[in-house]
Design a protein around this ligand. Structure first.
Ligand SMILES: Nc1ncnc2c1ncn2[C@@H]1O[C@H](COP(=O)(O)OS(=O)(=O)O)[C@@H](OP(=O)(O)O)[C@H]1O
Length: 325
């Protein structure tokens, strides 16, 4: 029933009118029906006013910690883009595939014919079966938004995120003062082996090996289906990135430069509504310092990623400023 809350007031009014037409009984009230029937009545009514739930037209597939939340936050302001309730990640192709495609569809927003349905779950990028299952299940072919980031910075951000979550859940280290350096040391213990080489078994390292993951996507999808966005651009100039997305998706021009402003307190670019209210993308707290490993650790990681980055560039026909670092 969450979807009902997403409806604009006018549509909800129309929905109620349709409902009363459907019911012969004068005492009929929607809320007295059992939940399953309620949903059926609601869906019939939505169809009659041209709204439907359908599988995504556009998928945000990752990469984790590369500005994916900011992209959803800005893009959902576009009147022709609809996202699941509160931009929730549905995790269908990575966690809930066995629940079936109807489960996925039921989590989609209501859209009309001219609107596009957009779902993002960053884990899709690194999930083995996702490219194949998406090609099989989503027709016509979806478009993909893929956010990428300097692989070393991405790994550091990922580690920070997971440490924060562990701490919030009470599973983290509780004793001792946490400094950027001490966090850097713990990060190094995770990503560098005793013999000084990069620990390729660590998820923080593996997620950033973009060429290996993207190779699987190109087995089932064509390069033209992907728009590549860089976190560095999303954080510095989201307006330009939203214009690129509008063009890629072929949706009308909505975004204007004045809709984006830097919020000094939150230290991020935010969306500015017509009434001047600033709406910032969600961010995790910064109760734990971001890790700052030694220069040696950073260099070992950079040396490891260099050839992978080059290969990724060749696959995409693009150049990233971090690929030579
Ligand atoms: N405009 C804006 N608003 C908020 N956050 C922004 C923005 N642009 C980029 N970023 C940076 O993106 C990093 C989080 O990436 P994701 O949203 O993909 O994270 S997640 O995978 O969904 O958890 C996270 O990086 P770190 O701060 O380095 O951890 C954010 O700072």
């Amino acid at each position: 029933m969450n979807t009902l809350k997403q409806l604009p007031r006018k549509t909800l009014h129309h929905f109620c009118e349709n409902l009363s037409k459907l019911a012969d009984d004068k005492k009929f009230t929607y809320w007295r029906l059992p939940t399953v029937e309620r949903w059926e009545v609601a869906l019939r009514s939505f169809w009659s006013i041209g709204l439907e739930q359908r599988l995504p037209d556009v998928l945000g597939i990752g990469v984790k910690k590369s500005g994916t939340n900011a992209v959803v936050h800005f893009l959902k302001q576009h009147p022709l883009i609809k996202v699941p309730h509160e931009g929730k990640e549905i995790h269908f192709f990575d966690k809930h595939y066995s629940s079936g495609i109807q489960f996925y569809k039921a989590n989609m927003p209501l859209v009309n014919e001219s609107q596009l349905c957009f779902e993002k779950t960053p884990r899709y990028f690194v999930t083995g079966g996702a490219p194949k299952n998406i090609a099989k299940d989503i027709l016509p072919k979806p478009k993909f938004l893929l956010c990428v980031r300097d692989p070393v910075k991405r790994a550091l951000s990922d580690w920070h995120h997971e440490t924060l979550i562990k701490t919030i859940k009470g599973r983290g280290r509780s004793s001792g003062v946490r400094t950027a350096e001490s966090e850097g040391k713990r990060f190094a213990q995770e990503v560098i082996r005793n013999d000084g080489t990069v620990n390729t078994r660590s998820d923080f390292i593996r997620t950033s090996i973009y060429d290996i993951h993207f190779e699987r996507w190109l087995m089932y999808h064509s390069r033209e289906q992907f728009l590549i966005l860089e976190e560095e651009d999303i954080s510095s100039d989201p307006y330009q990135e939203m214009k690129r997305i509008e063009q890629f998706l072929g949706i009308g021009s909505f975004f204007k430069k004045k809709m984006f402003a830097y919020n000094k307190g939150k230290q991020v670019m935010c969306f500015v509504h017509e009434n001047h209210r600033e709406d910032c993308p969600p961010r995790y707290g910064v109760k734990i310092p971001h890790p700052t490993p030694t220069k040696g650790v950073i260099q070992t990681m950079r040396d490891f990623y260099r050839s992978h980055n080059k290969r990724f560039e060749d696959m995409l026909g693009m150049k990233f400023y971090w690929s030579d670092l």
